[in-house]
Design a protein around this ligand. Sequence first.
Ligand SMILES: [Zn+2]
Length: 282
Amino acid sequence: MHFYRVSFRDFERGSLNSNARSGSRRCGRFFFRNRIRAMPKLTANQLRFVDEYLIDLNATRAAEAAGYSKRTARQQGARLLTNVDIASAIQTAKQQRAERVEIEADAVLQEVYAIAMADTNGIVSFRRECCRYCWGVNHAYQFRSEGERSMARAAFQKRLAEARKAKVPRDMLPQFDDGGLGFRAKRDPHPECPQCDGDGHGRVFISDTRKLSPALRSLYGGVKHTKEGIEVKVHAKDRALELLMRHLGLLKEEVRVTVVDELAARLAAARQRRANGSQGGS
Ligand SMILES: [Zn+2]
């Protein structure tokens, strides 16, 4: 039984690039199918040996699993490993495995990067929004709609009638506070507003978490109802940032310690050499 080499490496890489995580699972299947064809001149038993050996790098166990007798499995395993074609097949598979791990690591690193760089405001933000008097005409009460204004006017008429009945002096009668229509809560406060002094109202806003960007999705850790209200969880940015800095070599303390230790050892060795040398010379 003979097998022929086909070009499958590029194919595997291609499938991985599109999506590192699901790609590696997908490639597992293709990898197996293509590897059988790709192995140069290996028998079915030898192929099985390679597959088994790659599981735990135990040649004796792999030889046994590949159908060689238990008694000679140890010698057979050692012999099979020295076969050039088998050794090359193992080498290739190991290299591919290393590449896959690297791509997985890249995907993890990208996730960490997303967490470190994402703006938490995209999930939960504290906003200052305008009050009813910020944008009303002459900073009078601004209504959202005509319906809202009619209801307020009706309530006002009732208050006015009661005041007249109670013989409230004319200049003390209530006035209808009408700053016009068009109130929108999301507008910024008016800096000169006499009611709120430009501070508006503070409001906590939680984004629709179904519509978060991929970066914010990485940051988002779920939501919980508590006695105090809704609790939004986000992954620790400082931890992600620290991991990222370590990976990029931006956290130097540990490195410096190693270098200093190494340097000290080398200097000591050099001093020792010089001492030995000067002794030898005298
Ligand atoms: Zn205001």
